[in-house]
Design a protein around this ligand. Structure first.
Ligand SMILES: C[S@@+](CC[C@H](N)C(=O)[O-])C[C@H]1O[C@@H](n2cnc3c(N)ncnc32)[C@H](O)[C@@H]1O
Length: 301
């Protein structure tokens, strides 16, 4: 890599922060873009939902909307209830992911690759009582997650680091389970699954929840291209996921199409004041079959 690129990336990607140590691994200009994207991200649709109970997510929701809990749109408390309902659905998504991690003991370690502000890590620790290590490219996110862990008094168990998930700072074969929650569309899948396979112990579990383009549609639709441009990401196909897993000792034991389960979240979000403009692309691509929301759980053999 050109050294000028490396030094530029180090100063912008790894703005010195108190809690998060950035030990540079090969960082590409693209990863610098993604770090900057998440360092500057402060969308109400993420922060106001996290404010509901202190679990900050950067992903979407699943499950039916509880219309009784929402009440009527003309009620003054409706917007607050809508935010709480969207947040309930995004935490339900994490619960489903955690359901697929297998039997986790208190002395196990879990890895959240692309951990964002750490909501999934906190939920995993609260469920299993174990250690949870996260990596993100964003120093702001890692600091945020570590601050939340300190506030909750779980900083000895939950820690986020500014690291590249293709080169994680964990020993080989020591991780009981690992996951990507809507973070695998930023990397090459072969590189990603090789790294998960390295850190996971034999018999461990890997889970991803992700949007993927549907090979049955043919190629990425215009909606999928719009989503890629919006998030500066590169959505993979379902076929690529399965192929890259098979090549890296990750054998799928569950592939769940969550598309019908996530549509209620998007349709509710599209009616709210928190819209970001990308809602139509998600709803249309889920409906025309070009895009799918899936959970894939695999055994590390
Ligand atoms: C859509 S957010 C998801 C955050 C979190 N998993 C959640 O569910 O709330 C995508 C995350 O992937 C992270 N990410 C993208 N590429 C990465 C890489 N190469 N290494 C580490 N993290 C990465 C970003 O920093 C960001 O935290």
């Amino acid at each position: 890599m050109d050294s000028s690129v490396t030094s530029t990336d180090r100063t912008t990607v790894a703005a010195p922060t108190s809690a998060s140590v950035f030990i540079p691994s090969p960082v590409t200009p693209y990863q610098g873009d993604i770090a900057r994207y998440w360092d500057h991200e402060a969308r109400p649709v993420n922060l106001r939902l996290g404010d509901v109970d202190g679990l900050y997510h950067h992903h979407y929701g699943i499950g039916d909307v509880d219309h009784a809990a929402l009440g009527r749109p003309e009620d003054s408390a409706y917007e607050k209830k809508l935010i709480a309902e969207l947040h309930r659905l995004e935490s339900a998504q994490v619960e489903l992911l955690l359901d697929h991690l297998g039997d986790i003991e208190r002395d196990d370690t879990l890895v959240d690759a692309g951990c964002g502000r750490g909501g999934s890590m906190v939920m995993a620790h609260q469920r299993f009582g174990c250690k949870v290590e996260g990596v993100t490219l964003s120093a702001k996110q890692a600091d945020f997650g570590n601050r939340r862990a300190r506030e909750l008094g779980i900083q000895d168990h939950v820690q986020a680091r500014v690291r590249n998930m293709l080169d994680m700072p964990f020993e080989s074969g020591q991780t009981a389970a690992s996951w990507n929650n809507e973070s695998s569309m930023y990397v090459d899948l072969h590189d990603l699954f090789a790294e998960h396979s390295r850190v996971l112990r034999a018999g461990g579990h890997y889970v991803t929840i992700t949007g993927c383009w549907n090979p049955r549609y043919g190629q990425p639709s215009k909606w999928v291209s719009q989503i890629n441009a919006h998030f500066e990401c590169n959505i993979h196909s379902r076929r690529e996921y399965l192929r890259a897993m098979a090549d890296n000792r990750l054998v799928p034991q569950a592939v769940i199409d969550l598309t019908p389960d996530t549509l209620p979240y998007w349709e509710l979000r599209a009616t709210s004041s928190l819209v970001t403009g990308i809602e139509e692309a998600f709803i249309n691509s889920y409906k025309d079959g070009s895009f799918q929301y899936v959970l894939i759980a695999a055994d590390r053999i």
